[in-house]
Design a protein around this ligand. Structure first.
Ligand SMILES: Cc1cc2nc3c(=O)[nH]c(=O)nc-3n(C[C@H](O)[C@H](O)[C@H](O)COP(=O)(O)O)c2cc1C
Length: 188
C-alpha cells in the first residue's frame, strides 16, 4: 500500500469533485489517499510516497494556492513520483486549437514553476452558472457562445469525462506501484 497525497485548488468545486473521484479510485486499489484543498489545509507532501496535484484554469491561469504549494515544496516533489491534472473548458472542446491551448497551459506551468510531473491529465470542467455572480455569468455565457454553445444560464453543464478520470487514476496508481516495487528492501 502506498501513501498518496491528492491535493487540489478550485474555485467552483469541479476540481475538488475530480480529486475526490481519483482519491476513491486509489483507495479502492488499497492505497491510502487523503484528498486535500491546498488553500485550506497546507498539506506536507514530505510523509507521502507520491503526490497528485490538480488545478482548474481561470482566465488562462492556474489556481494561485496550487502554484504556491508547488513552489514551496518543489524539492520534495522533485524526489517523488508525481502527477498533475488540469481542469478547463478548453480540454473539452471539439476544436483542436482549443485543446492545444489546454496542453499549452500545462507546458507554460511546468516552465514557470520548474515542476515536471511524471503523469499529466487534461480534463474537461464544468459551467456552473448557478454559482456565478452576475458579471461572471455574463462573461462565461460569452465564452460558452464561442465554445460549447451552452448558454442556458438557468442550468449547469458538466463536461468531465469520468471514464478518462478513472483511467488516469489507474495509470497513476500503476506507475506509483511500479516505482515502489523498484525500491530496494530497507528503503520502506
Ligand atoms: C471566470 C472563469 C474564467 C475561466 N477561464 C477559463 C480559461 O481561460 N480557459 C479555460 O479553458 N477554461 C476557463 N474557465 C473554465 C473553468 O476551467 C471550468 O469552469 C472549471 O470547471 C473550473 O473548475 P473549478 O470549479 O475547480 O474551479 C473559466 C471559468 C470561469 C468561471
Amino acid at each position: 500500500m502506498a501513501q498518496i497525497l491528492v491535493c487540489y485548488g478550485t474555485s467552483e468545486g469541479q476540481t475538488e469533485k475530480i480529486a475526490e473521484r481519483i482519491g476513491d479510485r486509489l483507495s479502492e486499489r488499497g492505497h491510502r489517499a487523503p484528498v486535500r484543498n491546498v488553500d485550506e489545509s497546507d498539506p506536507d507532501p514530505g510523509g507521502y510516497d507520491a503526490v497528485l496535484i490538480g488545478s482548474s484554469i481561470h482566465m488562462g491561469g492556474h489556481q494561485s494556492p496550487v502554484e504556491t504549494f508547488i513552489t514551496e515544496n518543489l524539492e520534495v516533489l522533485g524526489a517523488l513520483p508525481t502527477g498533475f491534472f488540469q481542469v478547463s473548458l478548453s480540454a473539452a472542446s471539439d476544436d483542436p486549437g482549443e485543446r492545444a491551448e489546454a496542453a499549452n497551459y500545462v507546458e507554460d506551468f511546468e516552465e514557470s514553476t520548474g515542476f515536471h510531473p511524471d503523469r499529466v491529465g487534461l480534463f474537461g470542467g464544468a459551467l456552473r452558472y448557478s454559482k456565478y455572480g452576475f458579471l461572471k455569468r455574463l462573461l462565461m455565457k460569452q465564452i460558452a457562445k464561442r465554445s460549447s454553445g451552452d448558454t442556458d444560464t438557468s442550468r449547469d453543464y458538466e463536461y468531465t469525462d469520468w471514464g478518462e478520470v478513472d483511467a488516469f487514476a489507474a495509470d497513476f496508481a500503476a506507475f506509483v506501484e511500479g516505482r515502489l516495487g523498484e525500491r530496494s528492501p530497507g528503503e520502506e
